[in-house]
Design a protein around this ligand. Structure first.
Ligand code: HEC
Ligand code: HEC
Ligand code: HEC
Ligand code: HEC
Ligand code: HEC
Ligand code: HEC
Ligand code: HEC
Ligand code: HEC
Ligand code: HEC
Length: 437
């Protein structure tokens, strides 16, 4: 099977290169006879209708036509004969390749390093494809329903990946993969879910990719191939998920590696990123995650009243209170700005409080109070600064009332948390503790 390097392989490659060269000479040379200049394959097929005419029409505008890869370069034959005789085996006509043979048919050129160097294209597509679930089913089980090169790239209309009309252009990939994976009838024999495209498109990444979230840069969002590999398409395994997600969410993944969850995921497979965030919708969990007991929610694994659940509920309450504070002071800030006051100090305190709060989310993934509490304290003390400033601007009476209510809430929560923290201090060692360092 190692075609590259075998005499037949290099002969085929040389023939391919020679055909390409011959074709280029025929059509570039002004001395060539008029009749030779006409690509009879194209001319005749372009006149034909239906599935015999479509290849010619689709070839116009393709990257291959642009590069001088003509009908004859892929199919063989004699392009100067105006009759069907040009399609005789004697001229090396190969006809239409069977589905099973398509990857090697394309790789005749695309695995040829010498030919591809000038175009600056990789030559590992076939090698990678063989490692994919698609390639393994094709070669090991002769299953021709899986994706081959043409299922993803098209046949005669193939375009560069950077061309927005290409089937593999960044934003077109979900639709392309979904043509099979979102078709329940087509996927029925395999018994795997067919909701990936729908979940992805409704999820955070899909919406960013489609440009639906204005403040996010669409080119930073993953598509199906980013996570599954472009040509080596297989589901990421248990150990790889943190790496796949961590490739972009490096900060979160770094903190997660410190957690008892990471140690547990290595031992029993869960919880990993997708346990809590889903594998395709990749949502940010709603507040329910802390109190619920459905799949992926804290209560699914931790018992009511257990220390992890107390951690969850207390962090949730603290974060909730801080978020409310930040939102409330944003309004005050806007009002003070509109009133033409000097808001420098207020602005700084507010920004600091908000930034600390944003930092909590990644640090939260340590699932450790020791790491989370300091940030919460800091955010709270900046909020207190902000509050003091506002006190200078606003009606004293009203301010004092809300500050009092807020401070009492905060103090109660922190007291409760410290209680939990004391309770969490290890009394006896557990397996998780040994592995976290
Ligand atoms: C005079 C018209 C004509 C010319 C010239 C012509 N073809 Fe065809 N081609 C046809 C017709 C008609 C068919 C369908 C009948 C058949 O398969 O023989 C066909 C079939 C094909 C098929 C499908 C074969 C299969 O296995 O299903 C391919 C591929 C093809 N042509 C490529 C070429 C190439 C490459 C050339 C030039 C070297 C060429 N044709 C020249 C008319 C033409
Ligand atoms: C980059 C290589 C490539 C080039 C260039 C190319 N073809 Fe094809 N062609 C294929 C492959 C691969 C298939 C088989 C696709 C499949 O079965 O899904 C095919 C199939 C065909 C078929 C059979 C269509 C069918 O639906 O059964 C015809 C006819 C054909 N090609 C004609 C042409 C003509 C005419 C040209 C030039 C305008 C051309 N091809 C250029 C790769 C190529
Ligand atoms: C499961 C779908 C799929 C299959 C099967 C597939 N490709 Fe691709 N291919 C893609 C996607 C998606 C991209 C775009 C990657 C990107 O944007 O970086 C791509 C990119 C390419 C490129 C551009 C250079 C590169 O590697 O990024 C070439 C050339 C290519 N594919 C050839 C092939 C060949 C040859 C085969 C068969 C051996 C094949 N592809 C099979 C999906 C597929
Ligand atoms: C005869 C040689 C040859 C064959 C066979 C061939 N290609 Fe190509 N292909 C090329 C060349 C040359 C280019 C580079 C064009 C350029 O970059 O200007 C190219 C470009 C491409 C690109 C665009 C890469 C990019 O820049 O994103 C894709 C995708 C592609 N081919 C897929 C295929 C597929 C799929 C098949 C099989 C159906 C195939 N090719 C068969 C020669 C070939
Ligand atoms: C021509 C149809 C087709 C297209 C297009 C296609 N696939 Fe597949 N894919 C299949 C089939 C059939 C399977 C086999 C199901 C199985 O693994 O049992 C499969 C398997 C997979 C698997 C392994 C699933 C598992 O758990 O076993 C992944 C992952 C996958 N495809 C991803 C992709 C991605 C990503 C794309 C687009 C870049 C894509 N596929 C395009 C048909 C397709
Ligand atoms: C953010 C990364 C990511 C993106 C984007 C992504 N996937 Fe997945 N996909 C995963 C993970 C993780 C799994 C689960 C693997 C596991 O359980 O080990 C998975 C599983 C799958 C499976 C196996 C069956 C299943 O649902 O569990 C298929 C098929 C699949 N994905 C196809 C797709 C398709 C099609 C797209 C684009 C619409 C896509 N994926 C986008 C990460 C991703
Ligand atoms: C190609 C890069 C990339 C990969 C890979 C990736 N993401 Fe993302 N993700 C982003 C970007 C960009 C955003 C939006 C900015 C942000 O919130 O960080 C985002 C946002 C998120 C969000 C926040 C949602 C919200 O509403 O705030 C979650 C949760 C998420 N991703 C989880 C995951 C998981 C789980 C994986 C692995 C299965 C993953 N991501 C893989 C780029 C990626
Ligand atoms: C045990 C459940 C759980 C696990 C495991 C988990 N997360 Fe989270 N993640 C959450 C919760 C809950 C939030 C929301 C926290 C909040 O509101 O402060 C969140 C928030 C996020 C966010 C949005 C916050 C931001 O900074 O934009 C991203 C991105 C994210 N997680 C990525 C990941 C990645 C990547 C992994 C794996 C390395 C992972 N998560 C593992 C529960 C989890
Ligand atoms: C899929 C199951 C699962 C889910 C879902 C889950 N955990 Fe855990 N969690 C574990 C396992 C396993 C451990 C390690 C063993 C242990 O300490 O109980 C752990 C440990 C912890 C610890 C460390 C306890 C200690 O004593 O150091 C905390 C805190 C924690 N989880 C909080 C959470 C929170 C908060 C959520 C929801 C956002 C959550 N967990 C969701 C399985 C899960």
């Amino acid at each position: 099977m190692t075609r590259a390097g075998s005499p037949a392989g290099s002969a085929a490659r040389m023939a391919g290169a020679a055909a390409l060269a011959l074709f280029a000479t025929l059509f570039a040379s002004p001395a060539a006879a008029v009749q030779e200049k006409v690509d009879q394959c194209f001319a005749c097929h372009n006149r034909l209708g239906g599935k015999l005419g479509a290849p010619a029409k689709e070839h116009i505008g393709s990257v291959h036509r642009e590069a001088g890869v003509a009908c004859v370069t892929c199919h063989g034959g004699n392009p100067s004969l105006p009759t069907e005789e040009g399609m005789d085996r004697r001229y090396g006509f190969r006809g239409k390749p069977a589905t099973r043979d398509i990857p090697r048919f394309c790789a005749r050129c695309h695995s040829d390093v010498a030919m591809m160097r000038q175009y600056n294209l990789r030559t590992d597509q076939l090698a990678e494809y063989r490692t994919s679930r698609h390639g393994r089913l094709l070669y090991e089980r002769d299953d021709t329903r899986v994706a081959v090169c043409t299922s993803c790239h098209g046949r005669h209309e193939i375009r560069r990946k950077s061309d927005p009309e290409s089937t593999v252009y960044r934003t077109n990939v979900p639709r392309m993969c979904g043509a099979c994976h979102a078709d329940p009838a087509y996927m029925k024999p395999y018994g795997i879910p067919t909701d990936q495209r729908e979940n992805f498109e409704n999820g955070i990444h899909g919406r960013i990719l489609a440009g639906k979230i204005r403040r996010e840069n669409p080119t930073l969002a993953p598509n199906c191939a980013t996570c599954h590999g472009v040509h080596g398409a297989a589901p990421p395994g248990v150990g790889e998920v943190a790496n796949v997600c961590g490739g972009c969410h490096a900060v979160v993944a770094g903190y997660f590696r410190e957690s008892a969850h990471f140690a547990a995921a290595r031992e029993i497979g869960e919880p990993k990123c997708i346990t809590c965030h889903g594998n395709h919708s990749n949502r940010r969990p709603t507040i329910r995650v802390f109190s619920g007991s459905g799949p992926g929610e804290c209560g699914f694994c931790h018992e009511k009243g257990s220390k992890p659940l107390q951690f969850a509920e207390n962090v949730r309450d603290l974060l909730g209170a801080l978020e409310e504070g930040v939102a409330e002071y944003q309004k005050e800030l806007d009002a003070a700005t509109a009133a033409g006051r000097n808001v420098d100090k207020l602005k700084e305190a507010h920004e600091n409080a908000r930034n600390r709060l944003t930092e909590v989310e990644p640090v939260f993934h340590t699932f450790s109070l020791d790491r989370v509490l300091p940030l919460i304290h800091e955010s709270d003390s900046f909020l207190r600064e902000a509050r003091q400033e506002i006190g200078n601007f606003r009606d004293e009476q009203r301010q004092r009332r809300s500050v009092a209510v807020y401070s009492v809430t905060m103090l109660l929560l922190i007291a409760a948390l410290l209680g939990v923290k004391l309770a969490l201090l290890p009394k006896h060692p557990r397996a998780g503790d040994v592995n976290t360092g």
